[in-house]
Design a protein around this ligand. Structure first.
Ligand SMILES: Cc1ncc(COP(=O)(O)O)c(C=O)c1O
Length: 367
């Protein structure tokens, strides 16, 4: 086919579009199934906090008004919770939007971002959209551990952003906070570390979430967080970032004024206050992780020890086959080929019943 648009930005053709987890509606439409379990996008199987639902109901009456462009109430609550200033917080239409703002703000065409491999694919998409290049540093096998010294020794004059996801999607592994701190202390000037902490609430280690401490000490770090995971608000699209004030002020210059809708702001504010729902969600994941690990061990499978609400494991055969066969049984997971690991699968930890259904189906397929 002749290229009819040769003058449009050719760098965009290098972008592999993001592949989202299959939705329940898509499977219902494509396969005519009704009883569908989605364990593909690391959502909270308990759903949102009842307080968030109540807040949404209340605010529905007011959706003819534009939302608060500054997200004042939510930023104030977040600042209080983290012991920082609200000027150190920006809200986003999901943390995905914030990843895009960061590359738009800080990457010129030809400049570089570095990250680990495998990891969340949005970093590469955002970097390429900005005309930048991305360099990957593989996690160390067999346990998918981070080697930050290798990253440090490969930084160049063109490197501007370092994306570190911890717990990492899809491996579920974390970097010990002492290692992050040492890494950041050794970084040359002029770089920004983007610590993607979408799953940080699942990590029980004391000292974890050290990004806040580093930001308070004015290190060039931005922490990305989301209400899509443990807070159960993925469908409303709301995330936030914490960083030194200068970075937040840069991002605010290029943010759309009404980027976070009013229902999302109200729901997030209520969800933040619901400690009980948070604890219940955390307990469910801890219990489910044990259930899945034991069930998989009974099949001779050993998942990578995960600190998040999903697990990544080698099934030893082409995982597309497992994906398709599970789909036929109404169970949606992610096959590892999208992360470059064609014999791995990633499964979100569900309710006890959902986990049981997945284990039973997988055992049947592998038999
Ligand atoms: C590591 C990581 N960061 C960011 C996101 C995006 O979160 P949000 O829904 O806030 O855009 C995800 C979603 O899966 C993720 O896994």
């Amino acid at each position: 086919m002749p290229d009819r648009y040769p003058r449009l930005r050719s760098c965009l053709r290098l972008i592999k579009p993001y592949i989202p987890g299959k939705s329940r509606e898509a499977i219902a439409r494509e396969l005519g199934l009704t009883d569908i379990v989605k364990l593909a996008s690391n959502e909270n199987p308990l759903g949102p906090s009842p307080l968030a639902l109540e807040a949404i109901g209340h605010h529905c009456q007011e959706i003819h008004y534009y939302p608060d462009s500054n997200g004042y109430n939510l930023r104030e609550a977040l600042a209080k919770k983290q012991g920082i200033k609200k000027e150190q917080i920006i809200l986003g239409n999901g943390s995905d939007e914030l990843i895009g703002l960061l590359t738009q703000a800080y990457l010129q065409p030809g400049e570089e971002a570095v990250t680990i491999y495998p990891t969340f694919s949005e970093y590469e998409i955002a970097v390429r959209k900005a005309g930048g290049t991305i360099t990957y540093f593989p996690l160390e096998r067999p346990d998918f551990n981070y080697n930050l010294d290798v990253i440090l020794s490969h930084l160049t004059e063109k490197t501007r952003l370092v994306f570190i996801c911890s717990p990492n999607n899809p491996t579920g592994t974390i970097i010990p906070w002492q290692k992050i701190t040492q890494f950041i202390e050794k970084l040359p000037a002029g770089l920004l570390v983007v610590l993607d902490e979408a799953y940080v609430e699942y990590v029980a280690d004391p000292g974890y979430g050290c990004s806040i401490r580093l930001i308070k000490q004015h290190f060039p770090v931005i922490s990305l967080r989301t209400f899509s995971k443990i807070y159960g608000l993925a469908g409303l699209r709301i995330g936030y970032a914490i960083a030194p004030e200068k970075i937040i002020s840069d991002l605010n210059r290029i943010r759309d004024p009404f980027n976070v809708n009013s229902l999302a702001q109200a729901a997030a504010l209520a969800a933040l206050a619901d400690e009980q729902h948070l604890k219940k969600s955390l307990r469910l994941v801890e219990k489910g992780r044990r259930q899945l690990t034991q069930g998989l061990a009974a099949m001779g499978l050993a998942p990578i020890p995960s600190r998040a609400n999903f697990i990544f494991l080698d099934v030893g055969i082409n995982s597309q086959k497992i994906f398709t066969q599970l789909l036929k049984k109404g169970i949606i997971i992610r096959s590892g080929d999208i992360f470059g690991f064609p014999t791995f699968i990633r499964v979100t930890i569900g309710t006890e019943q959902q986990n049981h259904r997945f284990l039973e189906a997988l055992a049947g397929i592998l038999k």
